[in-house]
Design a protein. Structure first.
Length: 204
């Protein structure tokens, strides 16, 4: 599990296609301290397993299903990604509970600077909007963020403070970029339960 509080960014140093998977080496630097083979690390919001750790860096295998659902298929040497280590019992939960199980990708449609903050509009499949609610949570490239305005057509706004822009890759994003989206699991569960109850009562 993760909190959606990105610890920092790291550079992809090597990428290799091995059959249907992608082998990705990252220079995690201080973020690699104490990490063991088998540990879970969120890379741009995607939960990956450490396969190898050496002087080359930290190696992750990205399998075909993950490549289909996320932006990780676009990684190349030199790409900068968000990194979060899994949290431990007793750690402060500053964001919201994030699993690293990305629902799919969204596309940034607008980026605007407003009174010292950056507002970002993201388009996602319209079917997701019943889970994306004003003042609710969403994880974008692994960063836990509060949803601003929404529209039923499949668009929502985020309002990003300078610290978020500095600490994560979101400050580098421009209109047209695709980002990984993880929906809030509790919201999904509540909506699915309500829909199931209504359907059983013939009210859906």
């Amino acid at each position: 599990m993760f909190t959606g509080i990105v610890a920092g960014t790291a550079e992809v140093t090597e990428v290799a296609v091995v059959g249907a998977r992608l082998d990705v080496w990252l220079a995690l630097g201080a973020l690699a301290a104490g990490v063991q083979v088998g540990a879970s690390v969120a890379i741009d919001g995607v939960c990956l397993t450490v396969v190898e750790k050496s002087q080359r860096g930290v190696l992750f295998h990205v399998i075909e299903e993950t490549l289909k659902l996320t932006t990780l298929s676009r990684l190349t040497a030199g790409t900068i990604v968000n990194v979060e280590r899994s949290y431990r019992i007793g750690d402060e939960l500053g964001g919201h509970e994030v699993s690293g199980h990305v629902a799919g990708t969204g596309q940034i449609t607008r980026v605007e600077v407003r009174s010292g903050e950056t507002a970002m509009e993201i388009a996602v499949p319209a079917a997701w909007m019943k889970y994306i609610l004003p003042k609710g949570f969403v994880a974008v490239d692994g960063a836990s963020l509060t949803v601003g305005e929404t529209s039923a057509e499949g668009r929502f706004w985020l309002h990003l403070i300078p610290e978020t822009l500095t600490r994560t890759t979101l400050g580098r994003r421009v209109a047209g970029d695709r980002v990984n989206i993880e929906l809030d699991a509790r919201t999904v569960a509540i909506v699915a339960t309500v829909e199931r109850v209504l359907a059983a009562r013939g009210l859906a």
